[in-house]
Write a protein that binds this ligand. Structure first.
Ligand SMILES: [Mn+2]
Length: 336
């Protein structure tokens, strides 16, 4: 963090503030971990609230402080009052207000100072203070840097647990290419605060229902290969979800199995969401294959080079057909 930003931050927090912390919609461990770490950091001297646009997976309920997270969809009036009184709004782990869904207009209309901390490429220019670096492994790694710069003496077990969880989740346990020697140093530093790394691993990855394992089996069985291309795709229909008691977060990580196949550079998962009238799409890739550009061009999405999302308003079958045409075109234009 540069000196000017640090001075600005110190200035803002030189007195008691009403702070609202916002993760992206359907927050993951990095988004929620960032919010909760800052919540524990600021709570002594400020009024702090975390407002999530919508519900998130129960898996993250082990994070200390998660019981205090306000879900906007369930507490609209309370949330709107907190926005009215806010002096400072942090937007965490997203780069465009659309990712805060139903909160985006509340953020825009607010007179509060907006601080963005995020690691996605090409951020929109909505924040008063923008701490954005797409080379960072995770927003949690950036929040560690933020807290370290502002007041490193306040790091405690709760903060360290939240940050460590977000870093582990976003780096695939310190193995994705975004993991740097500094990421590992931060992880190492956090462990000195008594973080229970085995328990975090168990809570994140070995904490599912039997039906979720069956759904994984079905999803793996559905994988199809596009002839001659290094691409696999699979889908989860509304019925598959119904049969297996699908809950938010259940399909987390499923798409990555496509990349376990030798020679495959891109893996895609389509999830039918009949209630929203859309197909949600997850894109994963490795090497030079950039899925963020593909997702933005063809499926109204975006994200990271190797991990992106998108949406389609066509049916599941029509979406798959469109995808096959689009990915052939994209590979022809960019990689042949
Ligand atoms: Mn992240």
């Amino acid at each position: 963090m540069n000196e000017q930003i640090l001075n600005n931050i110190n200035d803002i927090f030189s007195k008691k503030r009403n702070i609202v912390l916002i993760p992206h919609s359907s927050p993951d461990a990095d988004a929620l971990g960032s919010c909760l770490a800052l919540y524990h950091f600021f709570i002594d001297n400020n009024n702090v609230n975390i407002i999530s646009p919508n519900e998130y997976t129960d898996i993250l309920n082990f994070l200390p402080g998660s019981e205090d997270v306000i879900v906007y969809e369930n507490y609209k009036e309370k949330s709107e009052n907190l926005f009215k009184d806010a002096d400072v709004i942090f937007t965490l782990d997203f780069n465009s207000l659309g990712r805060a869904r139903n909160l985006s207009s509340l953020i825009t209309e607010s007179s509060a100072k907006i601080i963005m901390i995020d690691h996605h490429e090409n951020p929109d220019n909505y924040a008063n203070i923008m701490i954005s670096d797409s080379k960072m492994s995770s927003t949690c790694e950036m929040v560690y840097d933020f807290i370290y710069a502002v007041d490193n003496e306040k790091i405690n077990n709760n903060i360290a647990t939240c940050l460590y969880t977000g870093i582990v989740a976003d780096t695939g346990s310190f193995r994705f290419p975004s993991t740097t020697s500094k990421t590992l140093k931060v992880g190492s530093e956090l462990i000195t605060y008594g973080v229970n790394i085995t328990e975090i691993f168990e809570k994140l990855y070995n904490n599912f229902q039997f039906k979720r394992l069956k759904l994984l089996g079905l999803t793996i069985n559905n994988f199809k290969k596009i002839d001659e291309l290094p691409v696999l795709y699979t889908s989860i229909s509304e019925q598959d979800q119904f049969i297996n008691d699908f809950k938010k977060g259940d399909s987390e990580g499923f798409v990555n199995f496509g990349l376990s196949v030798s020679g495959i550079l891109c893996s895609v998962l389509f999830i039918e969401k009949k209630d929203e009238g859309i197909i949600k799409i997850s894109f994963r890739s490795k090497g030079d294959f950039k899925v963020n550009i593909f997702a933005a061009r063809y499926f109204n999405g975006g994200g990271h080079k190797h991990a992106s999302g998108g949406v389609s308003k066509l049916s599941l079958i029509e979406t798959e057909k469109k995808f096959i045409v689009d990915i052939k075109q994209y590979i022809k234009e960019n990689y042949e």
